[in-house]
Design a protein around this ligand. Structure first.
Ligand code: UTP
Length: 499
């Protein structure tokens, strides 16, 4: 039991000996499992982590720090917009993006290590089916967008090209994600072009500064936030893989946005044309007090400022044209050059601070009973992917239209926003708009025409349920061929087998 003594000594040093309080009750297999977990925790790091979590929690419980006086919006010359930029410029950016993609210089990187606690499913969010007529999951939709984009860029430049897909997972999501991709034959993507890797985990900490046991023989661990990306890139030698493939530009995005336009050529082309090392897609805030982070400068460096860090007066501030001054809502959709990521995966990334997430963490009580708390009881420390903006030498932001590009799946259907229903509707409304634009004629079950004027609110399903496979159209392009003057009755699925 030399090993136990050594681990116990280290825990004592870290002030976390309670993690072994059920030791005497454990069988030998359980003891081995727990020791294996605890051996990975360095005493000093564990002590620092727990006290950092406790202090951050105490700070968080006091009034938030306001940043109003130190903030400036993103200057106009570093902003592009799908609506406001000149059409010629937009076309040129898009062309540039396609050119880069066709030369195999662009990769997509999915952040999929989250636990999805608000959605409340036991499997990775990417495997979620929001109830589309096709039954497609988020992973499948994304895979098909990649396939289509490769085809579009390749056709434009008469080449075959690849957009490799890097997927950051965690202890929770790696195995099920791998299995899911295997079961679905990687959705038709060459498996060599899908690279999964795992981020690190950190112990969840109670409000008293003590790490939590989720079972008698298991520490409650949580992924280290989507900003754990930078360390995970180094841990897993992903930068070497990117380099070996000749990738220069990486589009990083979240798993839960059903409308995500992966490796969007216009966004990529905009960032490349501006010589940016780091870029963010943003949407206009829906209303001044919308609780979204805003991309802006603080003391001259870029960051995402949380709504709680801005006073209502600043949130309401308007430009002479009536638009909100702090209007650039962050949608976790980023562009990085490989060189920038290399810097972040080194010492700069280590300098990123932690954010506090107060969560419900299942635990064993003093009597050894398993408790599922009804109220938050634990602190998870997370890094955020966008905290690297401060290190950018040339940061740009690109404004897109929310209805076309942002509808996240965060909550179960009992909530009123960001649910499976809202995600499904966003996609179906988008496809309905595409079909209308392509000249489709909609009819009801009796064959009578459904007038376009019979629009209902986008809070409900569109008048016609029409789902278009990403394999056919990445972003509404090329649909005239399939839908012009075509009579469509609900529900209609346009997919490859049916073409
Ligand atoms: P969220 O912050 O919405 O977290 O993640 P979540 O885990 O999906 O959901 P909740 O908060 O538990 O309900 C935004 C994106 O960042 C990824 C998620 O997978 C999602 O794509 N993420 C989050 C990670 O990759 N790793 C993490 O440690 C946390």
């Amino acid at each position: 039991m030399e090993c136990e003594r050594e681990v116990r000594r280290r825990l004592r040093e870290a002030g976390q000996e309670q993690l072994l309080r059920f030791w005497d009750e454990l069988g030998s297999g359980q003891r081995e499992g727990l020791l294996g977990e605890l051996r990975l925790l360095d005493a000093r790091e564990l002590r620092d982590h727990c006290s950092r979590a406790q202090h951050a929690y105490e700070r968080e419980s006091s009034a938030p720090q306001r940043l109003d006086d130190r903030m400036r919006p993103v200057p106009a010359e570093f902003m592009g917009s799908v609506r406001r930029s000149h059409p010629e410029e937009r076309r040129a950016w898009e062309e540039e993006g396609y050119r880069q993609i066709s030369q195999n210089k662009v990769a997509v990187l999915l952040l999929a290590g989250g636990q999805g606690t608000r959605l409340g499913v036991t499997y990775p969010k990417g495997m979620y089916n929001v109830g589309l007529p096709s039954g497609k999951t988020l992973y499948q939709i994304q895979a098909e967008r990649i396939l289509r984009l490769q085809r579009l860029a390749g056709d434009k430049h008469s080449v075959q090209c690849t957009v490799p897909w890097y997927i950051m997972t965690s202890e929770f999501t790696l195995d099920p994600t791998q299995r899911f991709f295997e079961e679905h034959n990687f959705f038709g993507i060459d498996r060599a072009d899908v690279v999964m890797f795992e981020q690190r985990m950190l112990p969840a900490v109670g409000f008293d500064g003590r790490a939590i046991l989720e079972r008698k023989d298991k520490v409650a661990m949580a992924p280290d936030g989507n900003g754990g990306l930078y360390r995970a890139l180094a841990d897993n030698r992903i930068l070497e893989d990117l380099e070996a493939r000749g990738i220069c530009y990486i589009h990083v995005y979240c798993v839960d946005n059903i409308l995500v336009k992966m490796a969007d050529p216009m966004f990529v082309g905009f960032c490349v044309s501006k010589g940016a090392d780091c870029g963010a897609k943003v949407v206009e805030k829906a209303y001044p007090s919308e609780p979204v982070g805003v991309v802006c400068q603080v003391d001259g460096v870029y960051q995402v400022v949380e709504y709680s860090e801005i006073s209502p007066d600043t949130a309401e501030k308007r430009n002479p044209d009536g638009s909100l001054t702090y209007n650039a809502g962050s949608i976790c959709n980023h562009f990085f050059t490989l060189d920038f990521l290399k810097n972040m995966a080194g010492t700069l990334g280590e300098r990123l601070g932690y954010h506090v997430a107060i969560k419900k963490v299942p635990y064993v009580d003093e009597e050894g009973n398993l408790v599922k708390p009804t109220r938050p009881n634990g602190i998870k420390m997370e890094k955020f992917v966008f905290d690297v903006f401060q290190f950018a030498n040339n940061f740009v932001a690109f404004e897109v239209v929310r209805e076309e590009e942002f509808s996240p799946l965060k909550n179960a259907d009992t909530a009123d926003k960001d649910t499976p229903s809202t995600a499904r509707r966003s996609l179906l409304w988008q496809h309905y708009r595409w079909a209308l634009r392509a000249g489709a004629k909609f009819t009801d079950a009796e064959g009578c025409a459904i007038e376009e004027g019979s629009r209902v609110s986008e809070a409900e399903d569109p008048p016609v349920i029409c789902e278009i496979s990403p394999l056919i159209s990445y972003f509404g392009e090329g649909l005239d061929l399939h839908l012009s003057k075509k009579e469509i009755s609900s529900p209609f699925i346009l997919d490859v087998q049916k073409v």
